[in-house]
Design a protein. Structure first.
Ligand code: ATP
Ligand code: MG
Lengths: 220, 236, 254
């Protein structure tokens, strides 16, 4: 066993891996914020009264959901410079994952908004509330709580997919693990530790989301 | 201004056989694992339930890309066997998909009304026949739409194998065509997206067909809402 | 044929059957009546082995349903033992419980083929005879969802009979049906009662039907037999006040 697993080596690479973890968490957080915000925008565009706008949004969502995140990452990283926009690998990655997951959160918001009873809309009409107020004061406050568990689940998924950014040179956990493995020709420790990092965060997060799901379930 | 579109497309499509092999193999393997692990989670024996639960949680809890590197780079050192890259790719995609599919199977089986099982007990069918002849055929209808989503996730996940130098669609576009045509990135990557989109549409069409068949089996109209997972956020 | 001996059944703190004793002779038709929640369904479900007793024993045809001998000791029955004793018992449910993934004919042939080991031809022939008896031979190829409730229930009765049970359990088989469909189902049951020697245990609120087919009526309340008698006596001149109140309540409801 000793020649296959060395604790000394683990101790040596741990600081780098932790630095990588920090990058992964950062990228997840930024990507998630983008996905939450852009997803809401897409959901509202999807409901737009202008048919072209809602159809284009639908097509965009379907295309993104049907194609690999890895390709989207390459796309942002390689295509934007063609138009004179050069972003760092991390920014490109965050942009790609944020847009990708926005197409999932958009569906979540849509389901959440559709879940608000018709009577609420009718009451707003009866009170002749202005459109902006209808959304901010009545519909969204009711829709948001029930979409929180799903947003949580997608955030966990994002955390596990952020390492794809290593393909464009981001030094996240997997990037760091790969670096360590290629320097020392020892692959077991870095990738095992990397896997444990993911399990250690995403499993408890999953348990929390399930608890939240139950609470939201009861509230309805 | 779009560059050599037919040439790009031809080179990209040289990766189609690998993508198709990994996706199709992954779908078959993931389906088998889904049923094995999903039914094992409902087994009477506690140890069987525990083992399948651990499989599901570990595979869903770690990142697919870490699993890929682990199987490619760490496993050979630990056990001394180097898998053929294509098989290793299928193994990772399938095991990962199976962990998600297991929850689909478990949920659908549990959703079959208890009265149906009791009807089967009253006819003295064996536990095996109760599952195979009565419960599973009815659960199948509810499984098809989420499995459609899962299979599309598997197709998307297959792009990961390009990172271990399997020459799939993504590898062909990103590592073969792109480096010599960096000024044509938009065209090349758009073509790549369109190819994946086409494959997704094929999967969805096949699953629609399967759904109609399964619904007819239990004398039901197929549901029109195949994207019902939205609120549970059950993506990979 | 059936013997309950000091049977206790609890759901949590709720004691549904308290040391229940009763017996049914071979070929006898017994109706169970009593207020909602008195444990009638529970008795049938215990017999069908869909629930387990907390204590006491149940015998069917001289065989113990709840326990078996294992290395000289009496232990709770396992699945294998249950499968041998279940052969004698058939049940018809309030909600029919036909299998929606099988056509009518296959609903009737599935268990005879898989459990009794009949050939498909034999099973189909017998199934068609039974469908003839319940007046649905022409619907053999239909899906259960294409049938009315009354038709589904008649198929369910035929399905239970296809297993040649010695004992048939019927749990409020007409109470999920529209009133105009009830008569067809009851007629089928009266027919079976007259022409076969199957032991029948019937939970019903149809007092006229009970009067017609029952040899004996058991009045239940709070997990005990309050009173039992031939239907002529129990419906016209019950001994217990509790029975009188119950019968009046049932009559007023309609
Ligand atoms: N699975 C169960 N879990 C908990 N309690 C149960 C269960 N099944 C039955 N009970 C309880 O047992 C009692 C008896 O129920 P049962 O269904 O046998 O009554 P019943 O006489 O058939 O009533 P009804 O005329 O309404 O059908 C009721 O209080 C019921 O709430
Ligand atoms: Mg009842």
């Amino acid at each position: 066993m000793n020649d296959k697993w060395s604790w000394d080596y683990v101790a040596e690479i741990l600081p780098d891996l932790l630095r990588g973890l920090l990058v992964t968490v950062q990228a997840t957080a930024l990507g998630a914020i983008l996905a939450y915000a852009l997803g809401l925008v897409l959901a509202l565009l999807r409901r737009s009264q202008i048919p072209v706008l809602s159809q284009l949004t639908w097509a965009f969502i379907e295309v993104i959901r049907s194609t690999p995140l890895l390709v989207h990452i390459y796309f942002v990283f390689n295509v934007l410079p063609q138009f004179g926009i050069t972003l760092s690998p991390l920014t490109s990655g965050v942009l790609a994952i944020g847009v990708h997951y926005a197409c999932y959160t958009a569906e979540v918001y849509r389901a959440g908004i559709d879940g608000v009873p018709r009577g609420q809309w009718e009451a707003c009409t009866a009170l002749s509330l202005p459109r902006g107020r209808v959304w901010t004061a009545v519909i969204l406050p009711q829709a948001i709580p029930r979409v929180l568990p799903a947003l949580g689940n997608y955030t966990i998924s994002m955390y596990k997919e952020v390492p794809l950014m290593f393909a464009i040179g981001v030094l996240d956990i997997v990037g760091r693990a790969q670096e360590a493995a290629s320097e020392s020709f020892r692959a077991v420790e870095p990738y095992t530790i990397a896997g444990l990092f993911f399990l250690a965060l995403s499993y408890p997060a999953g348990v929390l989301v399930r608890r939240l799901e139950r609470r939201v379930g009861y509230a309805q | 201004m779009f560059g050599d579109v037919p040439g790009f497309l031809r080179t990209i499509l040289e990766g189609a056989s690998t993508t198709l092999a990994v996706t199709a193999g992954g779908i078959v393997f993931a389906t088998v694992m889904s049923f094995v692990a999903g039914l094992a989670m409902l087994a009477p024996a506690r140890s069987v339930r525990a083992v399948s639960r651990i499989y599901v949680e570990v595979w869903r809890g770690t990142s697919e890309i870490v699993q890929l590197f682990w199987i490619f780079l760490a496993l050979p050192i630990l056990v001394g066997i180097q898998l053929v890259p294509l098989w290793a790719g299928i193994l990772v995609i399938g095991l990962n998909g199976g962990a998600y599919g297991a929850e689909i199977v478990r949920g659908a089986v549990q959703a079959v009304p208890r009265a149906q099982r009791e009807g089967a007990v009253a006819l003295n069918l064996s536990p095996f026949d109760r599952m195979r002849r009565v419960v599973l055929p009815q659960a199948l209808v509810d499984m098809v739409p989420p499995f459609n989503n899962l299979f599309i996730q598997l197709l998307k996940g297959s792009a990961l194998v390009s990172l271990v130098f399997l020459q799939d669609l993504t590898f062909q576009a990103q590592a073969v065509v792109l480096p010599t045509n960096t000024d044509q990135a938009l065209t090349i990557l758009t073509l790549l997206l369109l190819v994946y989109l086409a494959l997704s549409i094929v999967i969805t069409a096949a699953m629609r067909f399967l759904e109609r068949w399964a619904a007819a089996l239990v004398g039901r109209q197929p549901s029109t809402r195949s994207r019902e997972v939205a609120l549970s956020g059950g993506a990979a | 044929m059936i013997r309950f001996d000091k049977v206790v059944k609890r759901f949590g703190d709720n004691v549904v059957l308290r040391e229940l004793d009763f017996q049914v002779r071979p070929g006898e038709h017994v109706c169970l009546i009593g207020p909602s929640g008195s444990g009638k369904t529970t008795i049938l479900r215990l017999l069908m082995t869909l629930e387990r007793v907390d204590s006491g024993t149940i015998d069917v045809g001289g065989e113990c349903l709840t326990h078996m001998q294992h290395r000289g000791k009496r232990v709770p029955a396992d699945e294998k033992h249950l499968r041998t004793v279940r052969k004698r018992i058939g049940m018809v449910f309030q909600q029919f419980n036909l299998f929606p993934n099988m056509k009518v004919l296959q609903n009737l042939t599935e268990a005879p083929v898989r459990v009794l080991g009949l050939s498909r031809d034999q099973a189909e022939q017998r199934a068609l005879e039974l469908l003839e008896m319940v007046g649905l031979r022409d619907r053999a190829d239909a899906h259960p969802s294409q049938l009315s409730g009354g038709q589904q229930q008649r198929v369910a009765i035929a399905r239970a009979l296809a297993m040649h049970p010695d004992v048939l359990l019927l749990d409020e088989v007409t109470s999920a049906l529209d009133p105009e469909l009830v008569a067809d189902v009851l007629n089928v049951l009266k027919d079976i009662a007259k022409t076969t020697d199957i032991t029948m245990l019937i939970v019903t609120h149809e007092m006229g039907f009970a009067q017609d087919v029952a040899d004996r009526v058991l009045m239940f309340d709070q997990g005990r037999v309050v009173e039992q008698a031939a239907p002529g006596k129990l419906f016209t001149d019950p001994d217990q006040q509790r029975t009188r109140d119950f019968l009046r309540a049932v009559l007023e409801r309609r």
